[in-house]
Ligand binder design. Structure first.
Ligand SMILES: *Cc1c(COP(=O)(O)O)cnc(C)c1O
Length: 409
């Protein structure tokens, strides 16, 4: 009999969204008349920008003719998309076409990147956190067992709470790999350029690598928040950046993202010889991935046109107006909240430090609103609660009104 990868047995169940769905369904069944509104969704709801639809239709037509048909494309992505990405986002940092790898999304990239590193590496993650970073390292065997405090042995957790302004402190013990997500899911908060520089400097001094998830960069509205880690001096030696068209342009169901991995980012062999990471990722990507669909890459490239940029901005403005309504409504209701300015997430402090699952039940029962308990994102998420701005304007206004006028605490 084949022996399994027992690291998978260490994983905690994907309990969070299953449990919120289960409790919501049970409530709806018992109260069929209730108008339950979800502010828990972590998915976009507005359609793709018209420029993407047009570009994808055109690409479909190309596929219908032998002389314009495309089969396998370059695994790393077509030049037309890579060049558009660099021209729009990375020109001033000198990023080269062979430092950009187009993929089917940032979840795969964030999960797969750890394969090019030894399982002996130590990792640091923020707490609370997007679960992909942690779970993929558990699967790879880079952690011990899940402990009773909700943490895996052998992992360095970087608490991000209201007390430190959601800015993680540097680890006491040196780590090899550091996952940072900015703007952050789930807290909706950010690091300023100055705060991110502290991490880049740390990585340079300690020969660490920063895995920088910038999936929400399109939502940044404040001037001192970096749009890319490569704005920070020295980052090209220590950072890998993850980007996605999902939250930027509604590609959650369409699938396209990319990694930027400068050739100057180095690791070492066991014997201490320096090796660039870019060729390792290139080898991994071209061996295990056969390219994002041509039609999808054409759709993605369209968002970099002036018209595409306008359309993307209009949708993001729509979500961010929802975020503003939620933030101001919660504040008016006397609830302390964070985020919602550079990200579509609002992170509430639960009233009187109520456990986040109790607050979930209270919100569902008293005002028929669904959100996401902070404890589901890590032990430091306890006492917090996530609302998202991805709903419709109408439902968002209705939900905020109910919390303001009817929630008792
Ligand atoms: C949504 C999200 C992503 C994007 O994932 P895709 O696979 O590109 O859809 C990546 N990181 C975080 C933190 C996210 O919330």
């Amino acid at each position: 009999m084949a022996v399994i990868n027992e690291n998978y047995l260490k994983l905690a169940g994907s309990y969070l969204f299953r449990e919120t769905a289960h409790r919501t369904a049970a409530y709806k069944e018992a109260h069929p008349e209730a108008d339950v509104i979800s502010l828990g969704i972590g998915d976009v709801t507005q359609p793709l920008p018209p420029v993407c639809i047009e570009a994808m239709h055109k690409a479909v037509d190309e596929m219908a003719q032998a002389d314009t048909f495309r089969g396998y494309g370059p695994e790393q992505g077509y030049d037309f998309l890579i060049n558009a990405i660099i021209e729009s986002n990375y020109k001033e940092y000198g990023i080269q076409p062979d430092e950009v790898f187009v993929s089917d999304g940032a979840k795969s990239d964030c999960g797969n990147i750890q394969e090019i590193f030894s399982t002996d590496n130590t990792i640091a993650i923020t707490d609370p956190v997007y679960p992909v970073y942690l779970d993929t390292n558990v699967m790879a065997g880079r952690t011990g067992l899940l402990q009773s405090d909700g943490r895996y042995a052998g992992v360095t957790y970087l608490p991000c709470t209201a007390e430190n302004g959601f800015v993680p402190a540097l680890p006491e013990k040196r780590v090899d790999l550091i996952y940072l997500c900015c703007p952050n899911n789930p807290t909706g908060t950010t690091l300023t350029r100055e705060q991110l520089k502290v991490w880049v400097d740390y990585a340079r001094e300690n020969d660490s690598i920063i895995l920088f998830d910038a999936a929400y960069n399109a939502y940044i509205s404040e001037a001192d928040v970096p749009h890319t880690i490569f704005e920070i001096e020295g980052a090209k030696e220590v950072a890998i950046e993850f980007r996605s068209f999902s939250k930027t342009a509604g590609f959650t169901g369409t699938r396209c993202g990319y990694i930027v991995l400068p050739k100057t980012v180095m690791g070492k062999t066991v014997s201490g010889e320096k090796k660039a990471l870019n060729p390792l990722w290139n080898r991994r990507h071209t061996t295990k991935f056969n390219g994002t669909a041509y039609i999808i890459q054409r759709g993605a490239a369209a968002i970099f046109t002036p018209e595409g940029q306008k359309q993307v901005k209009a949708t993001i403005d729509y979500y961010m107006e929802n975020a503003r309504l939620i933030r101001e409504g919660m504040t008016a209701a006397g609830i302390t909240c964070f985020g919602g300015i550079n990200a579509p997430y609002i992170w509430l402090k639960t009233p009187d430090n109520m456990p986040s699952w109790d607050f979930f039940d209270k919100l569902l029962k008293e005002v028929n609103i669904v959100g996401t308990p902070g404890a589901g994102f890590g032990p430091c998420g306890e006492g917090y609660f996530r609302l998202t701005a991805f709903g419709s304007r109408e439902k968002t206004i209705e939900a905020v009104g109910r919390i303001k006028d009817q929630l008792k605490f």
